[in-house]
Structures are given as structure tokens and as C-alpha cells.
Design a protein around this ligand. Structure first.
Ligand SMILES: [Zn+2]
Length: 323
């Protein structure tokens, strides 16, 4: 009994030491990444800090929040922002998987060929806007067709996981990225709230959860999941997700539900960087009506294309330029 107790004590002490040693001071960390201090703004939280990159991209962090705002866009963290000795702290995990990719490192690799994945199809209608008799599978296919034309104007070759109203298995969609040697994978979806809810709305963009980290919707339990093949592209994944989410939110004024992390089947086995976009809520009375409007889907496609262009510009810049 005593032996068990002492082992438990050892384990508990070990966990505490680790928690402390895996934290970094936020200010020190981001100054190393080339960011500078920025004056507080009216309405900032009591325990909050602001910084900006050399290029003027501002960012805001507040104690105990599970996210930061990068150029006003919500980016989910693995660990909430901490506070030690009067300063905000971040976890080493978040420094590696969020801060370095967004503020410092530029992705490498070609970006000449994009595989667009219109979600659902065939027997799988996806979410439904009953009032307008409009389905997610139709909305994603139409949005992908619009995005294709815009990406081609950037000189990007565009391929699809489906071009018709047919069912395609999730695993087959990501396998196509390997077979077709895609450089980027973009899965298009629209969302829905709980049954009967017509008010939930907003846009969110997912990238694959880094190994051992928590998916955004997974609650408090920390995952111990080993690396998925797609985790090779963690840095590129979050940069692409943020680039697209930023343009979507700024173009539409939609509620920013953030850059999120999930181990979606279409993302985890990818052989290239990829994201999954939830472009709004079919179930929302207001947003569902917008999604059913071709002009709005064109606006979404233009924002996505602009986000890809932003990403491509970083990918073609020298590595580790220091933003
Ligand atoms: Zn969907």
C-alpha cells in the first residue's frame, strides 16, 4: 500500500515538474520570433498581451483562454494561456505547433496542384436546409466549381475528388491526393446546429490535430494518439487553415468559429498539407439563406482562393523569413 502511495506521489510530482518546464513566457517567445510589443487597446482583458509581426500582423492573447487571435482570427490552442510572475505563458506544444508555423517558418514544397474535395455526394446528402430544399452535397460541389476557376487564374492546376453527385468513401478522397500527387488538399463542407436550432452560425476551418494533442471538440481529455501520416505537414496545415479562415471571415463578416483541430478521416492520411472548411451553417435561418444564394457562394470561393494565394506567397518566400 505504502509503495503504491509513493509511486503515485512520484507520478504526481513528475507531472507537476513537467507542466512547469513545458511552459514558455509568451513575450520572450514571440520576440524571438521577430514580433514586437504593441500598445494595449480599449477593452483588452486585464491579463492580456498584444504583439505584432514585422509585417504588421497583430496578435492578442488573454490569460486562461484556449485560443489566441492572429490578425483578429481565432486560433485554437492545445493548452490555455497561462500566467506566471506577472506574464502570460504558453505551452511548448503550442509554441511549436501554432506560433512557429504562423509567425516564423514558411512552408516548403510545391503548390502547383490542388485537390478539391466537395464533401458528401450521392446517397450522402450531408446537412440539409429544409426551408430552401438545399443540400450540403450540392452546395459543396458548386463552391468547388467556383473555386476551381479562381485557382486556375492563379496558375494552379485543380483536380476534384468528385465532379458529380456521387458517393465517395472518405478514405478514397484522401488516397486520391497521393495518387494524383496533389500539393494541397481542400475539403469543402457546410455545417448544421442541433436539430431545430436555426440560430447557430459562423465559419470554421480545421487542420489535422498534431500528435498527442487534443482535438478542438474533444473536451478536456488529452489525446495520446500517435502521429498520423498527415502530421508530417502540421506546420503547413495550420498556416493554410489560418490563411483561408482569415480571408473567409474578413470577406463575409461571418461569426469566426476559429482555426480548429480534428482527426478527420479525410485529413489524417494525407500525403500533402490539407484543410477542411465548414463554410457556414445550412441550418441557420440567416446563414442558410446566404449559402443557398450563388452570389454568396461565389464570395466564399473568392475568399478561399485569396487564402490559398496568401499561403502560396509564404510557401514561395524564403524559409524562416521571420514574418
Ligand atoms: Zn459535411
Amino acid at each position: 500500500m505504502r509503495r503504491i502511495a509513493s509511486i503515485l506521489l512520484l507520478l504526481a510530482t513528475g507531472a507537476l515538474l513537467q507542466a512547469a518546464s513545458t511552459d514558455y513566457f509568451l513575450g520572450e517567445s514571440v520576440r524571438q520570433l521577430g514580433l514586437r510589443d504593441v500598445a494595449r487597446q480599449a477593452g483588452d482583458g486585464k491579463s492580456s498581451e498584444r504583439y505584432a509581426t514585422r509585417a504588421g500582423v497583430g496578435f492578442y492573447a488573454e490569460y486562461s483562454r484556449d485560443h489566441i487571435f492572429v490578425d483578429g482570427i481565432k486560433v485554437m490552442l492545445d493548452d490555455p494561456i497561462g500566467f506566471q510572475k506577472g506574464h502570460l505563458t504558453i505551452s511548448r506544444r503550442d509554441y511549436d505547433k501554432v506560433f512557429v508555423p504562423l509567425f516564423w517558418e514558411n512552408p516548403r514544397g510545391p503548390v502547383g496542384r490542388v485537390l478539391l474535395d466537395p464533401g458528401h455526394g450521392g446517397k450522402d446528402t450531408g446537412k440539409v436546409n429544409a426551408a430552401r430544399q438545399y443540400n450540403e452535397k450540392a452546395a459543396t460541389l458548386d463552391t468547388a466549381a467556383r473555386l476551381k476557376l479562381l485557382l486556375e487564374k492563379q496558375g494552379i492546376e485543380v483536380l476534384f475528388t468528385r465532379t458529380k453527385d456521387v458517393f465517395v468513401e472518405l478514405e478514397d478522397r484522401s488516397a486520391m491526393a497521393a495518387r494524383l500527387r496533389a500539393d494541397l488538399f481542400i475539403s469543402l463542407h457546410y455545417n448544421a446546429g442541433p436539430a431545430g436550432d436555426t440560430t447557430a452560425d459562423g465559419i470554421e476551418t480545421y487542420c489535422l490535430t498534431p500528435a498527442g494533442q487534443r482535438s478542438t471538440n474533444a473536451g478536456k481529455a488529452r489525446s495520446t494518439t500517435a502521429a498520423e501520416p498527415g502530421n508530417r505537414f502540421d506546420a503547413a496545415n495550420i498556416l493554410l487553415a489560418w490563411s483561408v479562415q482569415r480571408r473567409l471571415v474578413k470577406a463575409t463578416g461571418a461569426d469566426d468559429r476559429g482555426v480548429r483541430r480534428a482527426r478527420f478521416a479525410v485529413l489524417k492520411d494525407l500525403t500533402c498539407p490539407g484543410v477542411l472548411i465548414e463554410g457556414g451553417f445550412m441550418s441557420s435561418r440567416r446563414e442558410g439563406a446566404l449559402i443557398a444564394d450563388p452570389a454568396y457562394r461565389q464570395k466564399l470561393a473568392e475568399a478561399m482562393a485569396a487564402g490559398v494565394a496568401d499561403y502560396v506567397a509564404r510557401a514561395r518566400a524564403p524559409a524562416q523569413a521571420g514574418r
